[in-house]
Design a protein around this ligand. Structure first.
Ligand SMILES: [Fe+2]
Length: 120
């Protein structure tokens, strides 16, 4: 191998590696809300006592609200959860296009608010 051949090979390898790295860095990141789709949406509460909770609402809850409404447990944060309740009338109001503010149950001496609105 001549010196010229060696340089050609070395440069080709380096360029190839650069091309591969730049190609790889162009991959788009995963969607931050990959769990949200048309069938459900996760809402985050206001912050209180330094934390928030999340609640997932199903599209079917909005489109076909049960007579008794819905009651769910929020996600856990700071070692506790809250109960989240919406009446049938509140779910129907969301289905009509309104934003509805919901306050969850008192737990560990505080509660949180959620603004629920139609997403589909
Ligand atoms: Fe809380």
């Amino acid at each position: 191998m001549t010196r010229k051949d060696f340089l050609k090979t070395a440069c080709g390898g380096a360029l190839g590696a650069l091309f591969f790295m730049s190609f790889n860095s162009c991959k788009s990141p995963a969607s931050p809300n990959a769990s949200d789709d048309a069938n459900q949406k996760t809402f985050t509460s206001t912050s209180n006592s330094g934390h928030t909770h999340r609640i997932t609402i199903n599209r079917s809850d909005i489109e076909n609200p049960p007579a008794a409404g819905i009651t769910r447990q929020t996600s856990s944060a700071s070692g506790h959860t809250h109960n989240f309740t919406m009446s049938q009338a509140q779910l129907q109001s969301v289905n009509s296009g309104n934003s509805v503010d919901i306050t969850d149950s008192v737990s560990s001496g505080h509660s949180h608010q959620y603004t629920i609105e139609k997403w589909f």
